[in-house]
Design a protein around this ligand. Structure first.
Ligand code: FES
Ligand SMILES: [Fe+2]
Length: 406
């Protein structure tokens, strides 16, 4: 039966504690609202500052129908620009990353410097002002070494996240990490399903045998608490403090980017996320030993990190279009760790490569079923609480969209 309720009404009818109505995944108008009010209005993890170590180092970062150039200027500052030529709109930079002193548009050859200024434009009429045609700025912020971008000019504040996460992020030496590997996983499904899947671990036991034998997040809360108790002393002995912030995006004050940090014990015998539980890279930051835990971090709605004692894995889920999304994964190690000597890329990537391929499969199956005429929202389990919070936040943001309010 065709559902033609106005979006406002659809949001109001959404049952708390149940999965979303089909139209939240399939209606192009809702996708457009999400792009304008969520995707373009929140910070997205775009890498680590170590990828842009030298003046002129750049990388291109694409989200939905937008493309940004992130570049370290000759003055050492990291900036981001819309990768859209101010002449007639061609993409300016077609390379994924590199080092340059200037970006030359491939269409008619306009030239921009690393500060985004137009420095060359042939055969333009008299009175043409280059200074009026700089590349448009995209917001950029560095959070303890992590590079975030936001495609709007009034991005939410990151101050609370920076302040409150300073201590745990310093423990892991986030400022001085380096990207040991990165990989993009295309997923043929609506973007929300991939994040909903990431933030719940109800599926972990059936879907991820490799992950489930080391991570206690697949246990229900009572069992997990018992394991957690065992870890506390070890954590302190290793120089780690028990820090639990649960300031998920739904509870953020308006204008502030939500964040989360918590540390969870792994099963006995696992020092890190490796095949046999043994270390796979040098200890991070100032850590004194392996405490057998893993920390979850979240910054806004798209960006998540998992900090083991010897490496960090970053996950960024973004839409490509309404029916496709991607998961970009970063594996980070100590900045002074050497490949082949201190760590091995394959060993480092193994767990989250196999887990992400398994996730891709279940997300695509989920998407196929969600598009069916038989799909109806279903009730969440107690282990899907974060997913519930996440979709409540999405609905909250949609409700505030000007066209929905009016
Ligand atoms: S579109 Fe870039 S120079 Fe013409
Ligand atoms: Fe998963």
């Amino acid at each position: 039966m065709h559902d033609d309720r106005p979006i406002r009404e659809l949001i109001a009818c959404q049952k708390p504690g149940w999965s979303l109505e089909q139209r939240f995944y399939t209606d192009p108008e809702i996708y457009q609202l999400e792009l304008d009010n969520i995707v373009m209005r929140n910070w997205i993890l775009a890498g680590h500052q170590s990828e842009l170590a030298q003046p002129g180092d750049f990388k291109v970062f694409n989200v939905a129908n937008e493309s940004a150039i992130i570049v370290r200027g000759q003055d050492g500052e990291i900036r981001a620009f819309a990768n859209v030529c101010r002449h007639r709109g061609s993409l300016v930079c077609l390379e994924e990353s590199g080092n340059t002193r200037k970006f030359t548009c491939p269409y008619h050859g306009w030239v921009y410097d690393t500060e985004g200024e137009l420095v060359g434009a042939r055969a333009m009429p008299e009175g043409f002002r280059r200074e009026d045609h700089s590349l448009n700025r995209v917001s950029v912020d560095i959070v303890h070494g992590l590079v975030f971008i936001c495609f709007c000019t009034d991005a939410p504040s990151f101050e609370a996240a920076k302040r409150d996460l300073a201590e745990p992020m310093a423990m892991f030496g986030f400022d001085d990490l380096k990207v040991a590997a990165t990989k993009t996983y295309p997923i043929a499904a609506n973007w929300k399903l991939s994040i909903e899947n990431y933030v719940e671990c109800y599926h972990c036991a059936p879907a991820h045998p490799e992950y489930a034998k080391m991570h206690t997040l697949m246990l229900d809360e009572k069992k997990r608490e018992r394991v957690q108790e065992h870890m506390l002393e070890k954590m302190e002995a290793c120089g780690m403090k028990e820090i639990e912030y649960n300031f998920f995006a739904t509870e953020s004050p308006p204008g502030e980017q939500g964040y989360h940090y918590s540390r969870t014990a792994m099963f006995e015998g696992y020092k890190t996320g490796s095949g046999d539980g043994e270390p796979i890279a040098p200890l991070l930051g100032d850590l004194k030993d392996y405490d057998g835990g893993a920390s979850d971090l979240a910054f806004g709605p798209f960006s998540f990190l998992l900090a083991y004692s010897d490496h960090v894995v970053g996950y960024v889920f973004t839409p490509v279009d309404q029916t496709h999304c991607q998961c970009q994964i970063y594996w980070l190690v100590r900045g002074d760790a050497e490949e082949g000597k201190d760590y091995n890329r394959e060993e480092l990537m193994w767990l989250w490569d196999v887990t992400t391929y398994a996730d891709e499969k279940i997300i695509v199956n989920n998407w196929t079923g969600v598009k069916s005429r038989f799909y109806r929202p279903g009730p969440f389990s107690a282990m899907e609480l974060t997913e519930r919070h996440w979709i409540e936040w999405v609905l909250h943001e949609l409700r505030r969209a000007p066209s929905v309010i009016s």
